[in-house]
Design a protein around this ligand. Sequence first.
Ligand code: FAD
Ligand code: SF4
Length: 337
Amino acid sequence: MNRFAYARPDDLASAVRDGMTPGAKFLAGGTNLVDLMKENVERPASVVDLRRLPFDRIEDLENGGLRLGALVTNSETAFDQRVADRYPLLVSAILAGASPQLRNAATNGGNLNQRTRCYYFYDTTTRCNKRKAGSGCSALTGVNRIHAVLGASSACIATHPSDMAVALAALNAQVRVTGPGGDRVIEMRDYHRLPGDAPDRDTTLAHGEIVTAIDLPADDFGRNHTYLKLRDRLSYAFALVSVAVAMKLVDGQVADVRIALGGVAHKPWRDFEAERDLVGQPPTPDRFDRVAKRMTASAIGHGDNDFKIELARKAIVRALRQAASATPQSQVDKRVA
Ligand SMILES: Cc1cc2nc3c(=O)[nH]c(=O)nc-3n(C[C@H](O)[C@H](O)[C@H](O)COP(=O)(O)OP(=O)(O)OC[C@H]3O[C@@H](n4cnc5c(N)ncnc54)[C@H](O)[C@@H]3O)c2cc1C
Ligand code: SF4
């Protein structure tokens, strides 16, 4: 491991100042950053520990929504009664990820900013544009079973690994950040980015910006929702494909629907036109099939991951059926019914 400076600021202004220094990285639960430092993938000049900052609460918003502090752990979020009652989709996605021990340490801000699980990103003996800009992409011609089929580029075909982020995308969450330029709010759909020719950048955060909270709007998706996660083994694995669906049914017709895909792109994937196609229609299997085909129409496989395209199509149909029938995927018994 390389040598690095360590700071543990007591207030946000000091954390922003410390985070602006070249090569600084923020530390929250450490379940991703410390692993990457041990592997020599991340080599920060300084580590700015955020854990003394006052972002460890879940608060009610006046508009009926909820504000999740960036330092609230994934477990505290999933077991908060307000989150459970109002955003069961989010609870389901959190509980589908990692293990109880990891979720007890992992924070909401860290979860959003965790890095890809591409094998070559972790292996410093290989070429990887995300780890070292301009060095090439070993996954393009290498083992790419877990890689992206949507929105990838010739520079990078990695996926974003977070389950929680997929549910947040379906819920139209907003990410609150503070940095050298002040405060701003980023729509979840704009928070993660496609790789393009700059795959070293996962998000639209500027250097030194800190996520302080995630806001959930007041929408009511308490009944018709699901988080369906398909993976190589039922416990403790990242998604090959996942689907978050939030739906509103009024008089037997779809009044609103959000569909976000995980495991298939560099960011949680939404297709707003495909979603609009379902609105005003009855929730029937043929319509679900049409949406699934439309959402995957531009998908491209890279060999080992070709199977993901058909898997995603089937998962979208299954998830829409689960949501429409108010029988969400259980995260206790993870078998897909
Ligand atoms: C074995 C294993 C299995 C896992 N399985 C899953 C899974 O199935 N699904 C899933 O979703 N996740 C999974 N994870 C990942 C886990 O959820 C993440 O490691 C965790 O959420 C990261 O949170 P953290 O607080 O520990 O972040 P840290 O490790 O502290 O930080 C992660 C990144 O976020 C940045 N960061 C942290 N907080 C902030 C902030 N407030 N503002 C700006 N930047 C910030 C850090 O600089 C760093 O780059 C798994 C992890 C492991 C080790
Ligand atoms: S897919 Fe992205 S992360 Fe993986 S080797 Fe290629 S550039 Fe690196």
